[in-house]
Design a protein around this ligand. Structure first.
Ligand SMILES: [Zn+2]
Length: 261
């Protein structure tokens, strides 16, 4: 974990040497009051919009991104994508989607999470990026696979060129799921899902990070080009928002990536 202007964040060692600006932000370094303390980016809860605006301007100052150009989406645990291009980058109305892709330099794209997995993809050949929101539902519906497919179509991305970075998510240490989630996940994810759902101490535990790594590798991303942060959101609840640990009343941390201009 790192700190910049009082903001704690994680970054991918793979992406650090790439011409992108990125961060998996923690919950530390903002102005929001409990239970959204403090670097919250969710405006759907009771945290006043002005506080979220202040958090955003802190981050934009610290990281040198243009807050007015940040594109996030209404995340709905599906596999729809938003392509940010010259036409859509100024849209202020949020689109229902769980992944954002762009080739526009200087345009930050972001995903909000509190247990779900944030994933960044970077194509160093085409200079394109993706930010993906992958919870168990999105993972079961192959959101990361669909994102790579869209990058192929729109940017002629070759999966073998991609760098992938996984941010903090609720680990199998804390992510017990019921029978219905386990069977729905199995149905959507396919045969190898059994590798990512394990019975630990009589509970079904799901590892969405490892499940997404298997999808990435299956799509042609090289394993050595995938990085993963080890922090579990629930185990590290003082540092990260966790929907489960906070019993559903909590904020959302922002993960953003931008191709440098
Ligand atoms: Zn944990």
């Amino acid at each position: 974990m790192k700190t910049k202007s009082g903001i704690s964040f994680f970054s991918s060692s793979l992406l650090e040497s790439a011409p992108v600006t990125h961060a998996f932000l923690s919950r530390r370094g903002g102005v929001s009051a409990p239970p959204f303390d403090s670097l919250n980016f969710d405006t759907r809860g009771a945290d006043p919009a002005e506080q979220v605006e202040k958090n955003l301007s802190r981050v934009s100052e610290a990281f040198g991104i243009d807050a007015g150009r940040l594109v996030t989406v209404n995340q709905v645990h599906g596999n729809n994508l938003l392509l940010v291009d010259d036409k859509t980058q100024h849209l202020r109305k949020k689109v229902d989607a769980d992944a954002v892709i762009t080739m526009v330099s200087g345009a930050p794209i972001g995903i909000l999470t509190a247990d779900c997995l944030p994933v960044f993809l970077y194509d160093p050949v085409k200079r394109a990026v993706a930010a993906v929101h992958a919870g168990w539902k999105g993972s079961a519906s192959g959101v990361v696979l669909k994102t790579i497919e869209m990058m192929r179509k729109r940017f002629s991305t070759r999966p073998g060129d991609l760098l992938a970075a996984l941010g903090p998510y609720i680990g199998p240490c804390c992510y017990a799921v019921g029978e219905n989630v386990a069977s729905e996940f199995e149905r959507g994810f396919g045969a190898s899902s059994v590798d990512y759902i394990q019975n630990i101490y009589g509970e079904m535990r799901l590892d969405i990070g490892m499940a997404n790594i298997s999808q990435l590798v299956g799509a042609g991303v090289h394993r050595e080009k995938i990085s993963m942060e080890a922090a579990c959101t629930s185990c590290n609840n003082g540092l990260l928002f966790s929907y489960r640990k906070d019993n559903g009343v909590t904020g959302r941390q922002l993960s953003f990536i931008m191709v440098k201009e």
